[in-house]
Design a protein around this ligand. Structure first.
Ligand SMILES: [Zn+2]
Ligand SMILES: [Zn+2]
Ligand SMILES: [Zn+2]
Length: 165
């Protein structure tokens, strides 16, 4: 969903190998946690990883089939629901898009607070590990809430678009 603003962005899409490694890691996690990495779950995660940027659900549905066939929407939505629950992907509400989790080692818990830096110029979104997540979890705890999902969204401009502005 890049806006293709034309500003000079150095980071492109992740390599094929990087996507493969991330999928392997997700498979391994499912085995450990007794979950099933079904074909639709894996395919949707693959699409998100390969995009390397936020993707709208309807684009995932359109890109789903390797042969250009669109998926049935419930197939993709159910897969997204699973990936979100496991913290393998996140929904960025302010732009109604999904993105693969890139917190890596820091994201071993399914309910880690995901903090996103979102560029309103080019549409890039970068997940950062920020202490605000822990502070927020502590506040929730103090208030007696059991919070299952936290997504912090900050809007502005990425380095490339700032330089160009
Ligand atoms: Zn994450
Ligand atoms: Zn940007
Ligand atoms: Zn830009």
């Amino acid at each position: 969903m890049s806006h293709h603003c034309g500003h000079d962005h150095e980071h492109g899409r992740p390599s094929h190998a990087a996507v493969g490694d991330a999928l392997d890691a997700a498979d391994a996690r499912c085995v450990v946690e007794g979950e099933r990495m079904t074909a639709p779950r894996r395919r949707v995660l693959e699409l998100l990883l390969a995009a390397g940027e936020p993707v709208k659900a309807y684009d995932l549905i359109a890109r789903y089939g390797a042969d250009g066939q669109a998926a049935k929407p419930p197939t993709v939505y159910r897969a997204l629901e699973f990936l979100e629950r496991k913290g393998m992907a996140h929904r960025i509400a302010s732009i109604s898009a999904y993105v693969a989790c890139t917190a890596g080692e820091d994201a071993t818990t399914a309910n880690h607070a995901a903090a996103f830096l979102i560029c309103d110029c080019c549409g890039a979104a970068e997940e950062v590990v920020a202490p605000v997540g822990q502070t927020f979890a502590l506040a929730a705890d103090t208030a007696g809430y059991a919070i299952e999902r936290t997504t912090i969204e900050g809007h502005g401009r990425c380095p490339a678009c700032r330089v160009a502005a």
